[in-house]
Ligand binder design. Structure first.
Ligand SMILES: C[S@@+](CC[C@H](N)C(=O)[O-])C[C@H]1O[C@@H](n2cnc3c(N)ncnc32)[C@H](O)[C@@H]1O
Ligand code: SF4
Length: 390
C-alpha cells in the first residue's frame, strides 16, 4: 500500500435519545430542544479540525453514526456530514456507512432519507424478542414494532444488523435457544448479541446496589454465551468478535477497524480519535457534555479537550486488548515491529500458563502466527486481558 493510501474510519456521535434506558452508560441525553443547525456547524467544523491533524492524506473506508440515537438526526444533517466527509477525505470505493437506529425513530421516510444521503448499512436496537424483557429493559417499543422496523429496514438496505441484550434474570437456556432460533429466521447477515452489563452510573447500577437481581447467574450467562456461539456458527454466522456474529464478508468494517487498532477520527460530543502521526499513536477526546461541546465548537471550531501521545507499551497493550476480542486474534510480530520487544508489553509467564490451559492458542495463517482466545478463553476474556498485558 502506498503511504498516501491509508484508509481510516470516521465516527460521528449523536448524543440524544427519546428516553434514557436504565442499563445504558453511553453519552446519551434526553433533550426537549436540539439546535440542529448549531450541531451541523459544529460537526462540520470539528471534522475539518481533526482532518487537519493527520500527517498524510487518508481516505475513509467507513463512517459510523453512533449514539445516542442517530436515527433522530434529520437526514439532511446526515447528508451534509457525508458530503463534507467525501470532500475532505475522499471515499474508498466500497465505503461502509452505518447508522445506528432505534425502532422508535425509524419510518420509511427517515430510512429512505438516510439511504439517499449515502448510508448503506443500518444497525437496529431490537434488544429483546419478548415483551416482559423489553419492559424490564425500559424500552419504549413492542416486539412487533421492533420487527416491523427491521422488516422495513431490510426492504431499504442490503446490510442490516441488530443489537440484542441477553443474560437477563428470567432467561433460561430453553428460552434463549428459542430466541436464537427466532433470530436466525430473520434473514440477517450480522448480529450483535451483548451480555447485559451493569454499568456504573446507570439506574440499573443503583438498583443492583440496593440488592435487585438484574442479570442471570455467572454460570448461566456463560452457558448462554456458549450456546450463542455454537448456534450462530452452526447457522454460518461466525463469532468473529466476542459479541458479534456475521456471515463471511458481512463483518462490520468500522468495528473491525477499532478491534484491529487501526486509525479513526471521531467527531461530536465525547468522541474519541486514535491515529498514527509520524510513528506516534495520538489520541483525541472531545468535550462530553452536548451543551459545552456546542459552545466550544462555536468558539474554537472544535471541542477537542484531551490529547494524548501513547507510549509504545500503551499502544501495544491497546493492540493486544482489542485484537484478542477477535476470533482471528492478533499478530504479535506486527506489534513488536511497531512497539518493541514483546517482553515489554506481554507477560510471557502468563502467556505460557494460558497456552497450557487451552485458554489461548496460536493460529497459523498465510500472514504468520496470530495469538487468539480459544472458546474457553473467550468465557474469561476480561480477566485474561488484564492478566496477560504488562
Ligand atoms: C447506541 S445503542 C444502539 C442504538 C439505539 N440507541 C438503541 O438503543 O436502539 C448501542 C447498543 O449497546 C447495547 N448496550 C448498551 N448498554 C448496554 C449494557 N449495559 N449491556 C449490554 N448492552 C448494552 C445495546 O444493545 C444498544 O443497542
Ligand atoms: S440504549 Fe440506545 S436508546 Fe437507550 S439510552 Fe442507550 S443509546 Fe439511548
Amino acid at each position: 500500500m502506498k503511504r498516501e493510501d491509508r484508509l481510516i474510519g470516521l465516527y460521528v456521535h449523536w448524543p440524544f435519545c427519546r428516553v434514557k434506558c436504565p442499563y445504558c452508560d453511553f453519552n446519551s441525553h434526553v433533550s426537549a430542544q436540539v439546535d440542529h443547525a448549531a450541531f451541523k456547524a459544529g460537526m462540520l467544523a470539528e471534522m475539518r479540525h481533526v482532518a487537519n491533524r493527520l500527517d498524510r492524506p487518508s481516505k475513509l473506508c467507513s463512517i459510523f453514526f453512533g449514539g445516542g440515537t442517530p436515527s433522530l438526526m434529520p437526514p439532511e444533517l446526515i447528508a451534509a456530514i457525508i458530503t463534507e466527509a467525501e470532500r475532505i477525505f475522499g471515499f474508498a470505493t466500497d465505503i461502509e456507512i452505518t447508522t445506528e437506529a432505534n425502532p422508535t425513530s425509524v419510518d420509511a421516510a427517515v430510512l429512505g432519507g438516510f439511504k439517499s444521503a449515502g448510508v448503506n448499512r443500518v444497525s437496529l436496537g431490537i434488544q429483546a424478542l419478548d415483551s416482559a424483557q423489553l419492559h424490564f429493559l425500559g424500552r419504549e417499543h413492542s416486539v412487533s414494532e421492533a420487527l416491523a422496523a427491521l422488516a422495513m429496514a431490510q426492504t431499504i438496505f442490503a446490510k442490516v444488523s441488530i443489537d440484542l441484550i441477553y443474560g437477563l434474570p428470567e432467561q433460561t437456556v430453553g428460552s434463549w435457544e428459542a430466541t436464537l432460533q427466532q433470530l436466525l429466521e430473520l434473514g440477517l447477515d450480522h448480529l450483535s448479541l451483548y451480555q447485559l452489563t451493569i454499568e456504573v452510573g446507570t439506574l440499573f447500577h443503583t438498583r443492583w446496589r440496593r440488592g435487585d437481581v438484574l442479570t442471570g447467574s455467572d454460570d448461566l450467562v456463560a452457558d448462554l454465551f456458549s450456546i450463542t456461539n455454537t448456534r450462530m456458527e452452526e447457522a454460518g454466522l461466525s463469532a468473529y468478535e466476542v459479541s458479534n456474529y456475521a456471515r463471511n464478508g458481512h463483518e462490520c468494517q468500522h468495528n473491525l477497524n477499532y478491534w484491529q487498532a487501526q486509525d479513526w477520527l471521531g467527531i461530536g460530543p465525547g468522541a474519541h480519535s486514535r491515529f498514527d502521526h509520524q510513528g506516534k499513536r495520538i489520541g483525541l477526546v472531545t468535550r462530553r457534555s452536548p451543551k459545552s461541546w456546542l459552545e466550544m465548537t462555536a468558539l474554537n471550531g472544535h471541542a477537542v479537550e484531551v490529547e494524548t501521545v501513547e507510549t509504545p507499551t500503551g499502544w501495544a497493550r491497546e493492540m493486544l486488548m482489542m485484537g484478542l476480542r477477535l476470533k482471528a486474534g492478533v499478530d504479535l510480530d506486527l506489534i513488536e515491529r511497531k512497539c518493541g520487544p514483546r517482553q515489554l508489553w506481554l507477560d510471557l509467564d502468563k502467556l505460557a500458563t494460558y497456552l497450557d490451559a487451552d485458554l489461548l492458542h496460536f493460529i497459523q495463517n498465510q500472514n504468520g502466527d496470530r495469538l487468539a482466545t480459544t472458546a474457553n478463553g473467550r468465557l474469561l476474556l476480561n480477566s485474561l486481558l488484564v492478566d496477560i498485558s504488562k
